[in-house]
Design a protein around this ligand. Structure first.
Ligand code: NAD
Length: 368
């Protein structure tokens, strides 16, 4: 059997810095666990624009369609701010998501005990938090037609359309139920069925999918506004939250901030299964290219490392190895080794990006 394949697109700013640490961890898995990957690398974002005049070359897009998973760092930066919209670095990312049809965006909100003080909420409300938000990513009000700014009765009207088909709801609901089955067995679906027809359909289809194939999962429904309130009131009541593109954009950012720093947040975007049974998949940290700290060795590599842990779990069926990597990160944080973003003002000397990578690898060694 050939090794699973990974395409690394490190991108811009701190993207290549944090990805270097991930590549060391990928090498560790090959050396110490016999888990080898065929890794290739390519350009995305501003780096691709500099080389090819486009933020994603067609050849890179073709490679992304062929591999088992894409690992992406970050794109963007001030040097590209004035480019035409069609070639901005972010367009490379959007093209990947669109052409790979990555319809399910997974954003875990996990609060490591050692970081509970970094949350804006009280420690006992967030300590041990472990929830997963599944956001529909390729439809809904960010894509629905008609859209645009029109003139009616001598004034401008801005229009976006919230539109979902049954099959779009069905496929993302299935992805979320499958996750719930691998986690705590609970799923809460959030919409606005009280005021939106698309919400009524969303609730109907989720209920039907549950009855047909997932009656072992505890399903509840909640209006998305109440969901936002509950996320800051008592977030630990949730296991998996399923929601649409617009509400998911807001709710996942809200949940993310429960956990403290942007430097800790991974994500996965999954599509339909490929011929080998693995889903189309791209894994990336939630943060951007952080131009304010790039090139200074200050970036926290944990979000990117934890994104690789998600790849181990969701693309490569290596749940135990994903647990090992997450536990290694947690033990490093508990030991007090931290990058600057995770330190209080009087916290001592921060670890560099490389030192953080060293510490995670030492913790992986210690786990053997
Ligand atoms: P950002 O996430 O890059 O940075 C926000 C703040 O968080 C900065 O102060 C930064 O230093 C800090 N930060 C982010 N990641 C960190 C890490 N790993 N370790 C330590 N500190 C970290 O967001 P921004 O400043 O709004 O955007 C900068 C650029 O990134 C823009 O060009 C934007 O378009 C782009 N962007 C890209 C993505 C992506 O690639 N997915 C996401 C968001 C923003």
């Amino acid at each position: 059997m050939s090794n699973p394949s990974l395409l690394i697109l490190a991108g811009d700013g701190i993207g290549p810095e944090v990805m270097t640490e991930v590549q060391r961890i990928i090498a560790w898995y090959g050396d110490k666990r016999g888990l080898n990957f065929d890794v290739s690398e390519d350009l995305v974002g501003g780096a691709a624009y500099d080389a090819h005049g486009v933020p994603l070359h067609d050849d890179t897009m073709a490679k992304a369609q062929e591999v088992d998973a894409v690992l992406l760092g970050a794109v963007g930066g001030p040097a590209y701010d004035d480019l035409d919209f069609s070639v901005k670095p972010e367009r490379g990312l959007l093209r990947l998501r669109k052409e790979m049809d990555l319809f399910a965006n997974l954003r875990p909100a996990q609060c490591f005990d050692a970081l509970a003080d970094f949350s804006s909420l009280k420690k006992d409300i967030v300590a041990g938090l472990d929830i997963m938000i599944v956001r529909e990513l390729t439809s809904g009000s960010y894509f629905g037609e008609p859209r645009g700014i029109f003139t009616e009765n001598n004034e401008r009207v801005g229009i976006n359309t919230q539109r979902y088909t049954e099959s779009e709801i069905d496929r993302v609901a299935r992805a979320a139920f499958e996750l719930a089955r691998k986690r705590g067995g609970k799923l809460c679906s959030m919409e606005k069925a009280n005021v939106m027809e698309s919400g009524i359909l969303w609730r109907d289809v989720v209920t039907e999918v549950h009855a047909a194939d997932y009656s072992d999962i505890e399903l509840s429904h909640m209006y998305a506004d109440n969901g936002a309130m509950q996320l800051v009131r008592a977030p630990k009541q949730f296991d998996v939250i399923l929601t649409d593109n617009l509400f998911g954009d807001l709710l996942s950012d809200c949940a993310a901030m429960l956990t403290g720093s942007l430097g800790m947040l991974p994500s996965a975007s999954l599509g339909a299964p490929m011929e080998n049974g693995r889903p189309k998949a791209m894994y990336e940290p939630v943060h951007g290219s952080a131009p304010d700290i790039s090139g200074q060795g200050k970036a926290n590599p944990c979000a990117c490392i934890l994104s690789f842990a998600m790849a181990l779990r969701y693309s490569f069926d290596q749940g135990a190895e994903a647990d090992r990597l997450e536990a290694a990160v947690e033990s490093v944080l508990a030991s007090g080794v931290r990058t600057a973003d995770l330190m209080q003002a009087d916290g001592g000397t921060p670890a560099s990006t490389t030192e953080m990578g060293d510490a995670v690898i030492a913790a992986l060694d210690a786990s053997l």
